[in-house]
Design a binder for this molecule. Sequence first.
Ligand SMILES: Cc1cc2nc3c(=O)[nH]c(=O)nc-3n(C[C@H](O)[C@H](O)[C@H](O)COP(=O)(O)OP(=O)(O)OC[C@H]3O[C@@H](n4cnc5c(N)ncnc54)[C@H](O)[C@@H]3O)c2cc1C
Length: 398
Amino acid sequence: MPILCFDLFSILKGYIFTGCFSKIAIYNCRVFPKAMITIVGAGPAGSYLAYLLAKQGKEVTVLEEHSVVGSPVQCTGIVTHSIENFFKLKKEVVAKILNKVIVVSKNNKIEVNVDEIVVWRDKFDRFVADMAQKEGAEVLLNHHFVGFNGSNSIKVKDKKNNKIKDVKTDIVVGADGPYSSVAKAAGMNSNSKNYIGMQAKVKLGMDTTAFETYFGSGFPSFFGWCVPESEDTARLGIGCFENARWHFYNFLKSRTGKKDILCWESGLIPLYDPKKVIQKGNVYLIGDAAAQVKATTGGGIIPSLKAAQTLCDCIVNNKDYNKEFRRQSGRELLLHLRIRNVLNKFSDKDYDKLLNLMSQEKVRKILKKYDRDTPIPLVTNLLVKEPRFLYFSKMLFN
Ligand SMILES: Cc1cc2nc3c(=O)[nH]c(=O)nc-3n(C[C@H](O)[C@H](O)[C@H](O)COP(=O)(O)OP(=O)(O)OC[C@H]3O[C@@H](n4cnc5c(N)ncnc54)[C@H](O)[C@@H]3O)c2cc1C
């Protein structure tokens, strides 16, 4: 049921609260809301937060501008098994389990054992949104957040009839991705940088138990990836700050020998910004809207689920989200950012050298034991077992 409706209960609530009929008249002409918390965006961040808040008995409405949750897809969908700290994935959501990553530099190539899950991103988003709905959250499709109308009201466009309505709400959460309109409207847009994540589904038969990552001068400031989706299709992509199309096609041609694509799945990948303001009064940001992304890999699904737990606690217990998020996730995301800054100074030779160190059995064991969602023990153990990794730390200060 839409939130923008006159329901008897709401009108009575207004009457009991104010004890006067004139207030009801005001509600009648302005449209009385049901939602107390409005989350803009039904991606993983918004839907998981809605689920957690609804579980706490909060009245939550999620506004999603598209006509279905999870589409269009702009993601590779790789997650570590840390996803199981949040929920058990349904079988239909899992596209592949991968147990190897092939890491390629200009003159080197190694294989490392891993244990990774590839999800169908559209099904995954719907799975999380279903969880939220089952807990009682309302998910309104075709509803586009337009802007604020004072401190306790927002403007929402119903895309079915193109009408803009005012919705009263106590709290607004911008879970609306890297282009966040909520952040812009609330004056919380920072100068954070975004990678262009250029990805396409391509026809390619590859080992369906392994994914590939590519590093070096052909992939400036980030990396390239090729991830099997089915027997004869793969998600091939690169991230970079500029000339994305050019780098993408070079990679596509060198990896597949062709320049054909089945469909584009590109989008922006925010670079974590430790100074970003993510709460301003009753407005909060989460997920890509808050740049809560691992700068090493561009992975944002697990950080956004973790952030949802933090934000739910902050809303329920009236805590400072700017501080709490930094306390709970800031150190890890900052470590990813520092590693990214070091990697961005690597030459082709440095990558070759890094892969040599990574190919040792003692290092492989650590890479298998600690996933990238726990970067602090991962890096600490790597440095203890193989101090030659410290060679690269000089680039922190160059
Ligand atoms: C090419 C590419 C590959 C990636 N690969 C991976 C990967 O393998 N693993 C990983 O963990 N991460 C990956 N990411 C990152 C990951 O996709 C994001 O971090 C993640 O989707 C963030 O979730 P979110 O809920 O914050 O935002 P989104 O998933 O972007 O969801 C935002 C939602 O808000 C809606 N919305 C936007 N504006 C409005 C509005 N004004 N009104 C109403 N609704 C609105 C959108 O329609 C959307 O549904 C990749 C990203 C890209 C671009």
